[in-house]
Design a protein around this ligand. Structure first.
Ligand SMILES: Cc1ncc(COP(=O)(O)O)c(C=O)c1O
Length: 382
């Protein structure tokens, strides 16, 4: 079992095992170097060229397009998952009594932006799947005449389950319902090609499985959705596109700038954009498929080593619904204590909603999984 070469670009981790990428992915060293470079540029600003203010965001946009299989002109630069979700929520033309479907208990970031629309008369209806996953038939049955949009989290932070996007997306397409996907717990650890997946918007942060800095994110928008969205902002630098510095005082609000009308302000935020570019180059150079295979081998090892008499596996044990998030519950109720014990032993995992969550990625090694299994099964939580 050989890790991809890119694994060597991470760390050192001070002897600890970071098994909590679902919370924060670590920056690989090339990204750390670019973060230092960004600071050096700002320390002596003559080092920053005027062109860098457009070249850097466009480079980032291109890499993100490559990541999801889209041209760059469908990619909006953000600073979080929430940025992308809000721009869709605030950009659509809502009517009184329009309905948004969500999944009950989903991550708050995926639900809250639509709840904010209550003041416009929009209703949010949580769906409670009969099983672990929202099934296509349940969605078909739930869609009514006022249903405009479905917002879901692809890989769930609390249960680790993965939704079947093609199946749910096909139902949405058929019904003319906009399908919005929060892919923050998936992108970087599982491939996605939006050119063959029936989705309308895919949003993600950059700081988990894509190992970018905190404060990064993006949204991919289907061209038909992009056409329907009304920008909420008129950012002066975006409006300046293609104009010289001799035309700075031109203040017409332009409608011909595509995705640029939706970008976060200061998209050339060098301090975050430059390191994220380095991380993305490392990931794309390795291949997301290769990374996903490695991650799944680590998950195989972990799942196979768990004693079912000691732990209940909350996340799927196998099959397409399994992700890189392995969620466990100690049968004797000692999950929280066990979490503390692991932290003391130098193993960083998450404790969420009463459960343990182990999330291994590209830079983790099988020996770290074995170490975690040993600590999980050591006598008494203490
Ligand atoms: C599913 C999911 N969405 C979003 C976020 C974070 O949202 P944001 O990038 O807006 O801070 C998290 C963080 O844990 C998450 O697990």
């Amino acid at each position: 079992m050989m890790a991809p070469e890119a694994a060597a670009a991470f760390g050192p981790f001070d002897g600890r095992s970071w098994l909590n990428t679902a919370h924060q992915g670590p920056l690989p060293r090339p990204a750390v170097e670019m973060a230092a470079r960004a600071a050096e540029l700002k320390a002596a600003p003559h080092r920053i060229g005027d062109d860098d203010f457009s070249a850097v965001p466009e480079r980032l946009r291109g890499l993100l397009g490559q990541l999801v299989g889209s041209p760059p002109d469908q990619v909006v630069l953000g600073n979080s998952t929430s940025y992308g979700l809000h721009l869709v929520a605030n950009g659509l033309d809502w009517q009184d009594d329009d309905e948004v479907l969500v999944i009950e208990g989903d991550y708050p970031a995926t639900i809250l932006p639509w709840q904010r629309l209550a003041q416009l008369g929009v209703r949010v209806r949580p769906l409670r799947p009969a099983g672990d996953l929202l099934a296509a038939a349940e969605l078909t049955a739930a869609i009514g005449p006022r249903t405009r949009l479905l917002a879901v989290t692809w890989v769930d932070s609390f249960t680790g389950r993965t939704l079947d996007l093609p199946e749910l997306g096909a139902v949405c397409r058929q019904a003319g319902v906009v399908f919005v996907v929060n892919a923050s717990q998936a992108l970087g650890a599982r491939p996605l090609d939006v050119s063959v997946t029936p989705v309308d918007a895919v949003v993600a942060c950059g700081y988990k499985w894509l190992c970018g800095p905190y404060g990064t994110g993006f949204a991919w928008l289907h061209p038909d959705l992009l056409d329907r969205l009304r920008p909420q902002q008129a950012y002066w630098l975006a409006m300046q596109a293609g104009r010289g510095l001799d035309q700075m005082r031109e203040t017409s609000v332009r409608d011909d700038i595509g995705v640029h009308a939706f970008d976060v302000f200061c998209p050339a935020n060098f301090a975050t954009a430059l390191p994220w570019i380095a991380s993305l180059e490392l990931f794309l150079g390795t291949g997301i498929g290769t990374i996903a295979d490695w991650d799944q081998r680590l998950v195989d090892r972990l799942v196979a080593g768990i004693d079912p008499e000691r732990y209940r596996l909350i996340s799927p044990a196998g099959g397409p619904a399994r992700s890189t998030l392995v969620v466990l519950s100690a049968v004797d109720g000692s999950s929280e204590k066990r979490h503390r014990r692991l932290t003391e032993a130098g193993i960083d995992i998450a404790y969420r909603e009463g459960n343990l969550r182990v999330s291994a990625h590209l830079f983790n090694q099988p020996a770290e999984i074995d170490r975690t299994l040993a600590a999980l099964h050591a006598d008494g939580p203490g």
